[in-house]
Design a binder for this molecule. Structure first.
Ligand code: ADP
Ligand code: MG
Length: 695
């Protein structure tokens, strides 16, 4: 398995170099894990008469003659192909003489490719061609197809060559290959042997065997990924002592009894209980608090902060943007207005004098709560006794930043990560298998669901009228433009153009339109925000800076321009900015007529559903896990060869349950029956996962 790929018969140093650089294939084992991306059935064929344009077809027949057209170097080779019934053209623009030499007239071929219509005639350009062999086609009715990059093509590495190499590789490892699971798991889970799985993934005997092979290899990948995460989690729980927040004291009780204006939802109560249990257990808490926008996470965070203070600790509350940090600071301050606690805000724009004061008060312990942005994890910021760190909207923070927060006290502070972007369960199991999860799955009472409407750009006048009517009722409106980093200037132009057209439609002095975007100075930004939050401005035109957390209950309409450019979770986040007050709220998704299939689907989902978890699942299906926010930063290797997090939830669950059972009994995997598990585990531990303790 571990021998260098260049020694495999048929490879050699030149091709090996391409394998190395293009596919990171260095060993025979790597090659065997280079899996086909599809299979073609080499036993069933279409008739030329049945061909539909722009579909992929497989035909059997003969080339009766060749025609060479065009001038030298611009020539085109045409093969007249017949299936015995009708004829069509196969066309080559390149390698004409090579093709002409290798293909023989009147020999039986299998032709595979995309049928296109040109000048009213059906043809296939650059088809794949195989010699038809009666026996071979019966034996391997499914032939593996491997993806081939341009560089591979240039090095003459074809899919067909990969078929051959895989055959050789399988031969080579056959006698020495070792099983990756102990017998008891193989039996229990009805897995086919590892070698058989590899064999059938490259050369399926039939569809049933292919399925078994796929299951076996998916199980393999997911099991060892989960094992790593779950083992780490247990280790972490053993290694780190957690500060014990044993008592519920003055601050918590006073707030709960005197300051809280409303009844907590059942979900909030349950979640607070879960977290309190954690914090009293002596173990270190590393918990993810999930809850849809507006579900009341901030309040939960505050109550946990009070618990920390009751037990003699300081708390930090970190937000991803200055706007959000400001807002959290204000929310917390107003919640705490009748309670004598010292709470301060630290951001990039905090003045030096204030900053110095904050540093001093943190070190002396006078400061109870510090709210801020990244600024609060700078080295200069030293706490006397940091016991709790709340991190809002975790996906905006990189791993390294969280690691820094981790080192702010002797033992790491308890960490509560809050996110409004629900993470599908399967994904959170792999991504955050080491985090405990609490879910607020209920909105405070009296909320009306936001109505979502899809509107085309051409209907803008109607939208303007609707806006005027709502403003007349005293409502406020967000208008959001996409911001794509690569073309910031261009987007900025969209935004300013939009702002101008809206100001024209809503002119002063009757209307006040304010604007916020990333290129404004902080003070300017704050002033604009303030105009809107205070209710003076009727409309806030902005980029996605308002995406997370901004809370203006009187704003009841969210208009999203070029909605097709946003991802689902982002659209859902934006929609969550409205529907925070008692009035019926609306979200209007503006798009052009031309929409990609995917974009259309996203808009449909948004119009149909208000359920963040459902939207997250759909998002995962549409985009695949690699693109979901947070996965890049998470550092978990998502380069699964065959497993698919969006589709293989059941297998992930199966593996997790099984692993937990195994670890309950044998956490170090030291018992004899788990020898194979331990050695495979060690073998696959290529990437260091130390930082995971703080994810
Ligand atoms: P999230 O951070 O989860 O998006 P917030 O904590 O900002 O949600 O809460 C949204 C709004 O709902 C805030 O104005 C908050 O004061 C209010 N709120 C929170 N919990 C409740 C509750 N149990 N009943 C009524 N209103 C609540
Ligand atoms: Mg929030």
């Amino acid at each position: 398995m571990q021998s260098d790929i260049k020694f495999l018969a048929g490879v050699g140093p030149k091709k090996a170099a391409v394998f190395n650089s293009e596919l990171e294939i260095f060993t025979t084992e790597d090659l065997l894990w280079y899996l086909p991306f599809r299979y073609v059935d080499r036993s069933s064929f279409q008739k030329i008469s049945e061909i539909e344009a722009d579909t992929t077809v497989q035909l059997k027949g003969k080339i009766t003659r060749f025609i060479l057209e065009g001038q030298k170097f611009k020539e085109r080779l045409i093969g007249i192909f017949t299936d015995g019934d009708r004829t069509m053209e196969l066309i080559w623009f390149k390698s004409a003489s090579f093709i002409r030499r290798t293909l023989v007239a009147d020999k039986e071929y299998i032709v595979f490719g995309k049928a296109t219509v040109f000048n009213g005639k059906i043809n296939i350009v650059h088809p794949e061609i195989d010699i038809f062999e009666e026996t071979a086609s019966q034996e391997a009715s499914m032939q593996a197809v491997y993806s081939i990059s341009e560089k591979m093509k240039k090095a003459f590495i074809t899919s067909k060559m990969l078929n051959k190499l895989q055959r050789t590789a399988l031969e080579q490892v056959k006698s020495t290959i070792t099983e990756t699971f102990p017998p008891y798991i193989i039996e229990q889970q009805k897995l086919i042997p590892f070698f058989e799985a590899l064999q059938n993934i490259h050369f399926p005997k039939n569809t049933e065997m292919l399925k078994k092979a796929q299951f076996r290899l998916k199980f393999d990948e997911l099991f060892y990924t989960q094992l790593r995460i779950l083992k780490q989690k247990r280790k972490q729980k053993r290694t780190f002592k957690g500060y014990i927040f044993g008592k519920v004291g003055y601050y918590f009780n006073t707030f709960y009894n005197n300051s809280l204006q409303f009844e907590l939802t059942n979900a909030q109560k349950r979640v607070i209980k879960e977290i309190r249990y954690d914090l009293g257990s002596g173990k270190h808490t590393n918990r993810l608090l999930q809850g849809d926008v507006g579900s009341g996470k901030t309040l939960v965070a505050l109550m946990i902060i009070l618990l920390a203070i009751d037990n003699g600790f300081q708390a930090a509350f970190m937000a991803p943007t200055e706007i959000l940090a400001n807002q959290h600071f204000e929310t917390l301050t107003s919640f705490l207005k009748n309670i004598d606690l010292n709470i301060k805000l630290l951001t990039g724009s905090t003045k030096t004098k204030e900053r110095k004061l904050i540093h001093a008060q943190l070190e002396s312990g006078e400061l109870h709560i510090l709210v801020g942005t990244h600024a609060l994890i700078e080295d200069k910021v030293q706490f006397k006794n940091l016991g709790l760190a709340i991190i809002d909207e975790q996906h905006r923070f990189g791993v390294a930043q969280r690691a820094k927060l981790w080192g702010k006290n002797e033992n790491p502070p308890h960490v509560l990560v809050m996110t409004a972007t629900p993470i599908p369960r399967t994904l959170s199991m792999t991504l955050y298998g080491d985090l405990d999860i609490s879910v607020i799955d209920e909105l405070p009472p009296g909320r009306k669901l936001v109505k979502t409407i899809h509107s085309f750009d051409s209907q803008r006048l109607r939208v303007f009228k609707f806006m005027r009517d709502e403003i007349a009722k005293g409502r406020q409106i967000y208008v959001v433009y996409p911001l794509i980093q690569e073309s910031e200037k261009f987007d900025y132009k969209d935004l300013t153009d939009g702002y101008e057209s809206i100001t024209r439609a809503f002119p002063p002095p009757e209307y006040l339109v304010s604007i916020v975007h990333g290129q404004m100075k902080t003070e300017e930004k704050n002033r604009s925000m303030e105009l809107f939050t205070s209710g003076q401005a009727h409309i806030l035109v902005s980029t996605t800076v308002i995406e997370v957390g901004v809370n203006v209950p009187n704003a009841s309409i969210m208009i999203i321009e070029s909605a097709e450019k946003f991802g689902l979770s982002q659209l859902h986040q934006l929609r969550g900015r409205v529907g925070r007050g008692a009035e019926q709220s609306y979200c209007i998704l503006m798009t052009s007529y031309k929409l990609s299939k995917n974009a259309k689907k996203r808009i449909e989902i948004m119009v149909q559903s208000n359920d963040g978890f459902k939207i997250a699942e759909e998002d995962l299906k549409l985009r695949g896990p690699g693109d979901i926010e947070g996965t890049q930063q998470s550092g978990v290797a998502f380069d699964f060869k065959i497993a698919n997090i969006a589709q293989d939830g059941a297998i992930i669950q199966l593996c997790s349950d099984l692993i937990n059972e195994i670890l309950d009994e044998d956490v170090e995997l030291k018992s004899e029956k788990n020898t194979i598990l331990l050695s495979e585990f060690e073998k696959r531990k290529r990437v260091k996962l130390n930082w995971r303790i703080i994810s």
